[in-house]
Design a protein. Sequence first.
Length: 201
Amino acid sequence: MLNLQQAQTALAAHANNVQITAQQIGELLQNKSTTFAQIVYCTVVATAAAHKDINIVKVVSANVQLFANILAATQVFANAVKRSAAKLATNDSAAIQQFTQQSNYFAHTEVYSVVAHKQTNALYLYAIYNAASSVYFVNGVVATKQQVAQYLTASAAAKLLAVSAPTHNVANNVTHNVKVRTIALANLVSITANKAQVSVA
């Protein structure tokens, strides 16, 4: 779990405007296919127009799976979905086997977990989440989700306060618990893996 002191330290480090590079990530993952890692990152939360002067930052610490040496034919996400879906009795086994991943806005680079936006070439960290915790700051002061929600649009507030539930993929009619995130490299504060760490501190 992310505690307040860790979150404040991450927030201060992120303010340095130093970015973890794709090369650093590649070296950290040591060309391994799958690596369990701990990542910490900060993201600015978009507010409703009426509260555009309010600065909200979310600090996240997550235990994730990262990937380096993956063959192009290996369907990391699809395989993870199939494993997860097979554990849920509500799924049809034929639908699970036929599950296919839809196209994305990004493309994987030589280091599989570093992906590039197809239009802008901006780099992101591609990670499958195992567990995560977060702390919110409103104008530099720690805040609850309920306090943050009052500054968001109605739909964003509802999403923030919603209870976590399995994902239902309508196109394939498959329900699963796989959570994939793409985090802008500019938002990363630290990555710890293989008994080593890269950070912006």
